[in-house]
Design a protein around this ligand. Structure first.
Ligand code: SAM
Length: 223
């Protein structure tokens, strides 16, 4: 384990391949100034989200967990003309920062932030005429609800939709059974939901970097 090397390598990769431009830099500094926690995805991870959305040809994205909109900007930038992103955020204060950041990035017309607990805003969204199906889901909110978020994503998906769940390794704590915190318990339940769901094919990848030792799950909807 050498977190200094992990961070240095992230810096090397990010500087060369995924540098923050002005809108992304301002999004992070405005988030810091507003006192938001520094828990956005790293730059090279944001670029991965962007590349996955582009590779899939996503036209619609549903994000759960906006924070200051850093990952939202990466994802919204991957969308073609007429594309749409909805991001769900519990905290009104976080959403306000995110809206200003999205606006500064010129993404007002593409990305929309809705506030409230996602388990309350998801059924409202699903009841709207024309809501979904979404091509790509990025789940990065309260980890204890991850099993429910994956189930909602499935409901709002189409065959070929992609579901990405962040922070699923948790420094290896995902292996802990009894006595684990609710983020770990929720993550393990989410793994079980995905594993037994015949409509999903999936894997999870461990990562190291500026965000420590963690990882993400990626699933594709079959039918
Ligand atoms: N995706 C963001 C990024 O990479 O830039 C980071 C999101 S941060 C890890 C998690 C966010 O989820 C926080 O802003 C938190 O307020 C929000 N959150 C927590 N519980 C939630 C809930 N029940 N519904 C919606 N959002 C929630």
């Amino acid at each position: 384990r050498n977190p200094d090397v992990w961070s240095a390598v992230d810096g090397y990769v990010t500087d060369l391949l995924a540098p923050d431009d002005e809108a992304l830099t301002s999004a992070l500094s405005a988030s810091d100034q507003a006192g938001l926690p520094q828990i956005a995805v790293a730059g090279n991870q944001g670029k991965l989200l962007y590349l996955l959305a582009k590779t899939q040809g996503a036209r619609s994205v549903l994000e759960i967990g906006t924070l200051g909109g850093y990952s939202t900007i990466w994802l919204a930038r991957a969308l073609p003309e007429g594309g749409r992103l909805i991001s769900l955020e519990y905290s009104e204060a976080h959403a306000e920062v995110a809206r200003a950041n999205l606006s500064r990035a010129g993404l007002d017309g593409i990305a929309e932030v809705r506030t409230g607990a996602a388990l309350e805003t998801l059924p409202k969204l699903a009841a709207e005429p024309g809501a979904g199906p979404f091509d790509l889901f990025f789940i990065d909110a309260d980890k204890k609800n991850n099993p429910h978020y994956v189930e909602w994503a499935l409901k709002l998906s189409r065959p070929g939709s992609v579901i990405i769940v962040d922070n699923v390794i948790r420094g290896g704590a995902v292996l802990s059974g009894e006595g684990a915190d609710e983020a770990v318990t929720g993550t393990r339940e989410m793994f079980e939901v995905v594993a037994r769901e015949p409509r999903l094919e999936a894997t999870a990848i461990q990562t190291v970097g500026t965000k420590g030792y963690d990882g993400f799950l990626i699933a594709r909807v079959l039918s």
